[in-house]
Design a protein around this ligand. Sequence first.
Ligand SMILES: *Cc1c(COP(=O)(O)O)cnc(C)c1O
Length: 465
Amino acid sequence: MKYVSTRGAAPEKNFSEALLTGLADDGGLYVPDEWPSIKCSGTGDYLETAFEVMSLFTAESLDQEIFKKIIDEAYASFDLKEVVSLIELDEQIFLMELFHGPTLAFKDVALQLVGGLFDYELNRRGEHLTIVGATSGDTGSAAIEACKDRQNLDIVILHPSDRVSEVQRRQMTTVDSFNVHNVAIEGTFDDCQDLVKAMFNDLEYRNKLKLGAVNSINWARVMAQIVYYVVASERLGSTDQPVIFSVPTGNFGNVFAGHAARNCGLNIPKLLVASNENDILTQFFNFAEMKIDEVIPTLSPSMDIQISSNLERLIFELFERDGKKVESLLEKFRSDRKIRVDSDIEAKFSSTWAGYSFDDEEVIKCISSEAERSGIILDPHSAVGVLAARLHRNKKIDSGIPIVSLATAHPAKFPKAVERALGKCPPLPERLADLHERPEFFTRLPNDLETVKNHVISCSRIDEK
Ligand SMILES: *Cc1c(COP(=O)(O)O)cnc(C)c1O
């Protein structure tokens, strides 16, 4: 299998090359040149399904016996043996908990695997990477946890200063390792993401430092997330029966993985894109237009995003894989700060996607009403997903089709919101109990590209190689 860029002007890559490259040279994102068809044994076993699904994307460039070991090691770090859990709420609405990994958010599912893949591939090649990533809160800690203490990597993570929760920040800044570097940027998540993109788009700089990506611009992350959509269908009975997924969305990586599963043959009649007050995707899926606004800080900070990188992968498909058209549309979006797509394009997504958005008050009410109904305590991101699932169910369309709502974080990661709703919050797991006593390590920098670039140079051990 080959990977092509969504902008159509970068060289094709195999899986391992796409893994190490992250962003394509033309500024695009890598996607498979065609979608394989998923054939699974249907047992719902996570490790077995993970291997069956991801083999389709990796077989030509990765020794499959070794790959199997990398998968097993990645998920051995999870608190649940079955890796993810599926619980029925009521009315054919199910909750799939994806947050039982080391940093308590669903990002671990992909990043624990990506860390192992980086390590194997770099050792094999005798190479070194400088990982640079932006985080709205959870990517940072999951990436740091996956990359810390590895000799062939340095990792620099930019987070928006004062816009991530205290638990999120401490999960990053309290990691004391020779190869981990945290930077607090005076700006928003979109500013952090733009800084990272600008570093990647400076090809000379990027090649000199051998920059690698852990954001969901990296195809390997999306690939790893396809697995749990398949596992959910298997555990509900079969991969042939229809299942709707409701996905709390920020950068569009998670829900795009659902779409990828659908492209590979999984029966997903509809994907619900659940957003907080940053509702740019809701506008897109309901009205085929997007207008960039200021980022509104909410109780679900990992979704406080206006420009969702991975939407580019969907746009690439909507425009029949014409990279030139993708590029001109996205340039127009950046310069005009708004776009509208034509009705022939809109017709391609209007019946298979739905966008919903909710404000903080609704999120608080949802956390308390779900706790009352079932005793299950949702974090504010997962609550946005459940709100979308319930609203969709109440519309009486798609009756009888199960809806799986993805739970993306452990409630103890967002204690302020949960306490506001319930007056109490479950504790952090034992292994994180002293998080608030641990010393923090980070550098504060202005939202300035040159300053940040120089800082990354000072963190990288690339010259020592
Ligand atoms: C990252 C994140 C999201 C958003 O996922 P995307 O793949 O960026 O759309 C939702 N919830 C939590 C808890 C997250 O960490």
